[in-house]
Design a protein around this ligand. Structure first.
Ligand SMILES: *Cc1c(COP(=O)(O)O)cnc(C)c1O
Length: 399
């Protein structure tokens, strides 16, 4: 048996939709992208959705829609992938990284509150592994800090407090207090990259909750301008006979989704409830098998939240980094691919060069040093899951 870590789950349905798109005469942003946006908004319960070429682009465009830039500060977690943090640098704002709480994958919320200044213009919590963050806590933190907030555009004025901008790259389909993520934070970004739960090969989406006094259609138009050269007509609108004329409203960016990508997404969305259910079955199988092992696991399903079941994160109690790394190698020798989520952001060269040091993030480091992520994807059979469990226990020395 050979167990891959996270291969895409592609069926005839996706293949047929892509072939249809290719044969349709329209392959870039067009009817399929617009249809996927409508269906995602309906699924999540948001006013609209904007499909783009990645979650990274979605997060960056959200910060730009919010008017975040030089002179501003943005808070996010030290325990994530670089793409939670790099968009803050892209827009020219100051990146503020927060340590995790002890034995948690989430930011230490007391440290978040303490890091707020009169320059803070967004907080980016990360739904690690598909488990929603404590959004009630985050909203209470930004409500308590209202007096510090100095709005500098219409959306900021309408909110009257620091916006919560969730990195939901892992949590498409998850719920927090019965609301889908995407409809919980003020703005949210999703990833449809090949290794994520729901894929368009590359791709992502931005969503937001309605803001009193702000037109959702105006926000949508702003995303369109920002993601397509600042051009006031998209390529499809320009193909209407006689409609060649257009204007460039700003020297903006290029990160739109193509209809070929959207075709994959339309098929994935149809299958998604079943895919989420299968992930839940696999997680329950792992949970049951590992409950007596010397490991700490994440609770994906509680009264408060239903995770999207993106990652099966395991921490080896009392293990050193060397022991964790050896376990990864031993499992690889038995053809089980595992992974580590995440090497904290301050440990990477780019962030060291920005002045960050892992010494300031002891909890994130402890979280990382004994973490191993087991394979969790919807191509796995029960027999394969059992093989992963057997291999893991064997390599851990608890059989
Ligand atoms: C994958 C990922 C992203 C980036 O997604 P892309 O679609 O590749 O840009 C952002 N944040 C987290 C936590 C991720 O895992």
């Amino acid at each position: 048996m050979k167990i891959n870590f996270s291969p895409p789950d592609i069926t005839e349905l996706e293949i047929n939709e892509v072939v249809e798109a290719l044969k349709s005469g329209w392959i870039t942003t067009g009817p399929r992208t617009k249809e996927l946006e409508r269906r995602i908004a309906t699924y999540l319960g948001t006013p609209k959705a904007v499909c783009l070429n990645s979650a990274t682009a979605a997060l960056e465009m959200i910060l730009r829609v919010l008017g975040v830039g030089p002179g501003d500060e943005v808070i996010t977690s030290a325990y994530s992938y670089t793409a939670s943090a790099s968009p803050v640098v892209h827009v020219g704002a100051k990146l503020v990284l927060i340590d995790t709480a002890p034995n948690s994958y989430e930011m230490d919320y007391d440290q978040v509150a303490a890091a707020i200044t009169d320059k803070t213009k967004a907080i980016i919590p990360v739904d690690i592994g598909g488990v929603p963050c404590d959004y009630d806590r985050l909203f209470s933190i930004v409500n308590d800090a209202k007096h510090l907030f100095k709005p500098s555009n219409d959306i900021q004025r309408a909110l009257g407090r620091i916006p919560i901008v969730a990195d939901c790259a892992h949590s498409f389909g998850a719920t927090y207090k019965n609301l889908h993520t995407g409809n919980v934070a003020d703005f949210s970004s999703f990833s449809f990259h090949a290794v994520k739960n729901f894929t368009t090969a590359e791709g992502g989406a931005a969503t937001w909750k309605h803001i009193e006094g702000i037109d959702d259609e105006a926000i949508y138009k702003e995303f369109q301008l920002l993601s397509l050269h600042g051009q006031d007509k998209d390529a499809l609108a320009k193909t209407k006979i006689g409609a060649w004329e257009y204007d460039i409203k700003g020297t903006y960016y290029k990160c739109n989704m193509t209809d070929i990508m959207a075709a994959i997404g339309l098929a994935q969305l149809e299958r998604y409830p079943k895919l989420l259910k299968r992930r839940q079955e696999i997680i329950k199988r792992y949970d049951e098998a590992l409950k007596d092992c010397p490991v700490s696991i994440v609770e994906h399903y509680t009264d408060e939240h239903m995770s999207s079941g993106h990652l099966y994160l395991v921490r080896l109690n009392d293990a050193t980094m060397e022991q964790r790394n050896e376990l990864i190698e031993r499992m690889a020798e038995k053809d089980v691919a595992t992974n580590v989520h995440y090497k904290p952001i301050p440990m990477h060269t780019a962030y060291k060069n920005l002045g960050f040091s892992i010494d300031d993030y002891p909890n994130a480091y402890n979280q990382f040093k004994n973490e191993i992520t087991l394979p969790l994807h919807t191509n796995l059979t029960d027999e394969e899951v059992d093989y992963v469990i057997h291999t893991f226990k064997e390599c851990l020395g608890v059989l």
